[in-house]
Design a protein around this ligand. Sequence first.
Ligand SMILES: [Ca+2]
Ligand SMILES: [Ca+2]
Length: 454
Amino acid sequence: MVSEIINYPYSIWLLYLLIFMEKGEKMQKIILRVLTILTIGLNFLFGDITGNVFRDFPIDGNITSDYAVQQDNEPGIEGITVKGIDENGNEVTVSTSSDGSYILTGLNGYVRVEFSGWPSYLEESPDENRLNSSIRFVNDGDTNINLALHNPDDFSSTANPEIITPVMINGATEVGSQSGSERALVLWNYQDTTDLNYTVLATKQEVGNLWGIAYNKLTKNVYAGAILKRHTGLLDSDDDGYGDIGVIYRINVKTGEKSLFYRFPNDDVGLVENDENRNLPNDTGPSADPYSFSKVGNIGLGDIEISSDSKTLYVVNIYNKKLYSINIEDANLINSILLPNECSEQNDSRPFALKYNDGSLYVGVTCVAYESKQRDDLVSHIYRFSPDNETFEKVISVDLNYTKGRVYQEYTTGKNVGTEFNPWIETWGDLYIAKSTGGDPGLYSLFTSFKPFT
Ligand SMILES: [Ca+2]
Ligand SMILES: [Ca+2]
């Protein structure tokens, strides 16, 4: 009540004070009731317009959120311009505060409220009551004049959407073999974590070993890039004796149709022997695979991403350390740009990660200390890429020389193993040979050397 009283026009204040001076308690109550009624009426004439601008997300925990309604997990948006123009032509312009709220004061009667100045990746949210518009016609004194904004890339009509992921299983890609018939790309529902009720989109004999995934929501095509991993095979479709590591496949989720979308020439991605030369078995049993040991993480492709408008596929090339842009429509190369390299030795840079988020493309580059062999040189960098002027802006750097939790403890020595990241190595003999966590140490020796990769 006190806060409301403060907002009373001056004349009402005087009246209120006079009543209190009379000290007539019964009369006070009557007058307060009258004042309350007056307040409601006067708010209509002299009140403020208030509201909130916030970000809509499709999911709150495990339940679907309502669009145009602010749930607990949905933050306010700072810095949105709110302009009010009343029926007398008075104008007031404010900017939303850090919690997304705003107040328009000094307007009267009917007011046109205009919201503007939000980032281009956000749009007005759908609203079943059709009230969530950036232009509103309200009365002075109205509250909860809110604006909900959302990123269409985030949209989901369900809390249990389909997800697609590669699966890496030991063995060669030989057509008709046990390992070749294994799954390489699967689709299932996000919340189905126990029943393994998945759909196989592609097998190893069709696509080899995959990592990078990008999805075109307009055409329902999933794009998947090959990657070199020890013990798991790659196709050799051109039969040149080398595994196909520069390939990106296009697979339609609805029709199952598969095709090669893009292939980097061997010179651009590096070479690794094919399954036969790597002596990979035609089943899922163990293999030595010595040829690929020094090449994992040094050749081939990193992650791939698709732009919000579904027109451009971005690809990280680990081998030549470039970011590629490929036209989704005709699979023509748009351009390639050398990635930033801030490592103490140029050969220590390993680009890999890629993520398109809220209208920006982010790329991860790790300094792996291959040349320097100094743990203090281990650093992870994240850059934001601007396609318009083809520049990179550093967002964050994280030193990776900190002590982390152990992976396990040696049985015989009690030594904690895996408490730090190590400089990059390419020779088997440089691995740390840890003793077993139990049983015969000789029989169960573990070979470890944890490498950071962003
Ligand atoms: Ca919501
Ligand atoms: Ca080949």
